[in-house]
Design a protein around this ligand. Structure first.
Ligand SMILES: NC(=O)C1=CN([C@@H]2O[C@H](COP(=O)(O)OP(=O)(O)OC[C@H]3O[C@@H](n4cnc5c(N)ncnc54)[C@H](OP(=O)(O)O)[C@@H]3O)[C@@H](O)[C@H]2O)[C@@H](O)CC1
Ligand SMILES: Nc1ncnc2c1ncn2[C@@H]1O[C@H](COP(=O)(O)OP(=O)(O)O)[C@@H](O)[C@H]1O
Ligand SMILES: [K+]
Length: 548
């Protein structure tokens, strides 16, 4: 699990560590991390000419990191240029870059003539501003950053941000002005919250951390509400259970899906496909005749009679004919206290359900920004626009959780999950090809399926169901399935951007993702076992062992 901390918290720890270390020692470590990432991403010579790298340096220590990295890259044999966008660059790092043969030039602002051709390169290292940024970028730097972003997009230049994309860095992920979008961010000491919280996270690309040897205790306990969590493959893998000799379909989890209608049967098909792909013992479908026929044609194992289940998904593709039945499925789930995913059209049930048994405990709401705005407007009786939610997604998701007592999954390129206990999970942006009609229906199915499996585990005396973590794991699986289906690896050295996918292809990739995770779980358990073995090797014999 990645734990992101507020930038100021990391900055304090960094300041203490810098004071203890030899001069520029931490900065050199930071720079080595940046240089390694650039070399990995450059991946040898591309096309006709040599790999070209330009370091963009501002006037603070973030620029110092970039200039030292430029020096290292030059010494490693790359062709490196550095553009100074400040009249007071980090003096020692600048001298080192010049000594290493970096072609250093001053870039006068404003960029009246546009972005000079001298900057055209395969990769840029963005060291304009880091955690020292105060407020929005000021002019003329703000205009230059906008120009640079446009030029990079047109030329296909990849940008590696140092610490945070320049222009970003607010603790809550809000973006006050111009930001230089990165493909990859190399962050120092610890992941900072704006790298995981949208909209800032949408500018960060993939994120990697350089270990600066900061004492973890140096962060202090920190307010848990300030922390943002990002599950990794190993965390998701441990949520899965491989059926064993004592399992049967009911112990593996049964999920009820109430989605699709005669008007919109596709949503039901996709939600069922997502649910089946995640590996429950059974999927029950409560939908219209037309939806049921299409689903049974493709998946004869689906059961269309109602009955006991460990979770329900009520959602998309409802029409006025089926709405009443869907609402009663939701009421039944609430009444039985099983987890319930309310997606798409069923988000409109929130007001009706809230008056039922009080707060919506065990309920997961899965709105995108537009649906979140509609729901907030309805619950608070005030105008809320999609743009408001997109500008401050964390605030929007938190507010929805407060108002409803439900876990909220706010979908987007970076998806946030806010638990009823205040935990915030952020799920890494997947390929943009995932944003296709029906993709959310698949996600709802995967989520209901995982919730049913965890609930079945709980009923058998296993770990208690953690609704927010389970929902976050479903988003992870959905994102990975999209990458797999599209053949995309935007963070890889070859930068595979993949190809368009349809929602059913995404759903069809889910079982392979689960299979991969099961292997990851085996690895993870072995790692943990061996760590414990090594840790206990030198322990004094415990009482029972001594008796032996
Ligand atoms: N010290 C070390 O050993 C280590 C340091 N580390 C690194 O240091 C970074 C923090 O460095 P920092 O504190 O020097 O600030 P930084 O982010 O470079 O920003 C200052 C620059 O931004 C400018 N600027 C500010 N606001 C602005 C605005 N609104 N609009 C426009 N410009 C604005 C400001 O301009 P000025 O006020 O000087 O004109 C100045 O040029 C951290 O992120 C990490 O990368 C790590 O590698 C660990 C080791
Ligand atoms: N640019 C994007 N990058 C990655 N994932 C995206 C992007 N846009 C949307 N998604 C994901 O695609 C899904 C879309 O869901 P939703 O908006 O409910 O669509 P639908 O209702 O058509 O199924 C969500 O899981 C969302 O996180
Ligand atoms: K930066």
């Amino acid at each position: 699990m990645i734990h992101a901390l507020p930038p100021q918290t990391v900055r304090e720890a960094e300041r203490r560590a810098v004071a203890r270390a030899p001069r520029d020692a931490l900065m050199l470590r930071a720079a080595r991390g940046v240089a390694d990432a650039v070399e990995r991403l450059a991946g040898g010579r591309v096309g006709e000419g040599p790999v070209g790298v330009v370091a963009l340096a501002g006037g603070g220590d973030n620029g110092g990191d970039a200039l030292y990295a430029a020096a290292m890259l030059a010494r490693d044999g790359l062709e490196v240029r550095a553009a100074l966008l400040s009249d007071h660059p980090h003096a020692r790092a600048l001298a080192e870059a010049q000594a290493a043969g970096v072609d250093v030039r001053r870039l006068p602002l404003p960029l009246d003539e546009g972005v000079p051709g001298w900057l055209t390169a395969d990769l840029w290292v963005d060291g304009l501003t880091g955690t020292g940024l105060r407020g929005p970028l000021r002019e003329p730097l703000a205009a230059a950053v906008r120009e640079l972003g446009r030029a990079a997009r047109l030329a296909g230049t990849r940008i590696v941000a140092v610490d945070v994309p320049s222009g970003s860095g607010a603790e809550d992920g809000t973006v006050p002005g111009a930001v230089l979008p990165a493909d990859h961010t190399v962050t120092m000491g610890a992941v900072k919250t704006p790298l995981l919280l949208p909209p800032a996270a949408q500018y960060a690309g993939s994120v990697e951390t350089v270990d600066l040897g900061l004492d973890a205790g140096a962060y202090g306990e920190g307010a848990p509400s300030a922390e943002v969590l990002r599950p990794e493959a190993s965390d998701v893998s441990l949520m899965l259970r491989v059926p064993g000799p004592f399992d049967h379909k009911y112990t593996r989890g049964v999920v009820t899906v109430a989605a699709g209608s005669d008007t919109y049967p596709g949503a039901g098909v996709l939600a069922v496909m997502g649910a089946l792909g995640a590996g429950p013992g059974m999927v029950r479908l409560e939908s219209s005749g037309r939806t049921s026929r299409i689903v049974l044609d493709r998946h004869p194992g689906v059961v269309t009679a109602s009955g006991r289940s460990q979770a329900a998904v009520v959602g998309s593709g409802l029409d006025s004919e089926i709405e009443h039945r869907a609402l009663s499925v939701a009421r039944r789930a609430l009444g039985r206290g099983i987890p319930l995913v309310l997606d798409a059209g069923a988000l409109g049930f929130v007001s009706a359900l809230r008056t039922d048994p009080g707060p919506l405990a065990g309920v997961v709401l899965t709105p995108h920004a537009g649906e979140a705005a509609t729901l907030l407007a309805e619950l608070e009786d005030r105008p809320v626009e999609r743009d408001d939610v997109e500008a401050r997604p964390l605030a929007g998701a938190r507010r929805l959780t407060e108002l409803t007592g439900a876990t909220v999954v706010l979908k987007g390129s970076v998806t946030l999950v806010v638990g009823t206990d205040g935990r915030v999970f952020s799920l890494e942006g997947t390929t943009g090809w995932a944003g296709v009609a029906g993709s959310g229906d698949v996600l709802a199915g995967v989520m209901g399926s995982l919730l049913a499996q965890r609930r079945a585990e709980e009923e058998r005396g296993g770990d208690p169901l953690d609704v927010a973590l389970t929902a976050a794991c479903a988003v992870w699986i959905h994102a990975e399935a999209a990458r797999l289906a599209a053949g995309a690896d935007p963070a890889g050295p070859a930068q595979a951007l993949g190809a368009p996918i349809q929602a059913d292809e995404l759903a069809s990739a889910v079982p392979a993702v689960i299979g991969g995770l099961v292997r990851v779980a085996q690895e993870e358990r072995r790692t943990r076992r061996r760590r414990t073995w090594a840790q206990t090797r030198d322990e004094a014999p415990s009482a029972p062992a001594a008796r032996l």
